[in-house]
Design a protein around this ligand. Sequence first.
Ligand code: PLP
Length: 452
Amino acid sequence: MEKKPFEPPLIKKLNAGMPAKFGMAPRIEPVTEIEGHRVHDLLDQYGSPLYVISEKTIRSTYRQAYQAFSTRYPKVQFAWSYKTNYLGAVCNVFHQEGAWAEVVSGFEYDKALQNGVPPQYILFNGPSKTYEDLKTATENGSFIHIDHFDELYMLMEVADDTGKKPKVAIRVNMDTGIYPRWDRFGFNYDNGEAWEAINRIMLSEKMDLTGLHTHIGTYIMTPEAYRVAAGKLAELVVSTERKYDHNIRYIDLGGGFASKNTLKGAYLPGTDTAPSFDDYADAITAALVNSAIKPEHLPLLVLETGRALIADAGYLLGTVIANKRLADGRRAMIADVGVNLLFTSFWYEHQIFPAQPVSRHTEDTTIYGPLCMNIDVLRGAIDFPLLKKGDRFVIKRIGAYNMTQWLQFIEYRPNVVMIDTDGNTHIIRKKENLDYLTMQENIPGHLNKINL
Ligand SMILES: *Cc1c(COP(=O)(O)O)cnc(C)c1O
């Protein structure tokens, strides 16, 4: 009798709701619909994968944030951070709510104009503005936030060449107790550089110093850091008024409020740890109202919150391509959504939900995307229900940075659909195709013909 080949036994651990060392495993409830639309229907209609954005969630989140600040401080203005999500439809929801535009490049500046934002409501940030960018922004009367001395001197040339006084703010960085410190943008407060920039601007008389700006970092979990930042900017307002009798009209605290996403390695979920808008508003406005700024010169408070305003409004829907066992027996699931569409999976543990009923059994699973690249991991280890090939899933809280940092890599980028406040769906960005992707290419004549 012939010997049969050896097959290694595979013992797999299925969790069926037994308590583990940390207590009961949380049960993952399916997400079968989004605002009345079945996930399966959306994917059938618009293809998989699919981004879905809720207009209702954008508006309600914005109103919560605005309310938190405007009840505590008399003059508040939000500016939508374009790089967080610059799809025209998304920007215009924020602009309809009253937000100005906050841009960090010539491209974003043009996009804000294209969206219909009046140039005097655009804040132009960023370290890489060109002479042309500065000239356009000066002629248009936009607010220019100066990042470094080279830019400051270039802007003086622009002022001479155009005969106009640019409206400027300086970006200030500082120690707020948050480490690592973000000191690569703007002028440092603590070593006196920011004060020197103010003096150079004031003494040149070529610019109108309208504001002070800081953006202390991102996903900042301690409102106290903002209290320190607002206090330091208030000091500069007071010093400027004392020395020049000049009234700085706004203080811009930037963005950086934490969203409810969970950071990799965090012990508790972001839904439990992220401060509320009220917490941030308390800290910031307390520093301003308690400062030595004269009441009649209380500056406008500008906020450029990005991720905390849009994360919850975005969903990414997808389909299971396959399941397989890794060489060590571990369960692996391959999805049609990868890091190309979910760039933020490099730092968040995104929550993924089945889109149809599932059994109570779960297994420790690695979820991979569709790319032919080892780094394409959506979740390294997640206790996940046993989805089958063709099953659908929903990833929540993906509205920030994924629709700007997405990679056109290996796959086309899919449709983006917005569900409006009446529940109607609209494609707000069409899925890509070969013509779109090759539109900018040019093949030199001698390479036109290939003969294999
Ligand atoms: C990125 C950015 C923001 C928005 O940051 P979030 O962390 O998304 O809130 C605001 N202001 C500036 C200058 C930025 O660069």
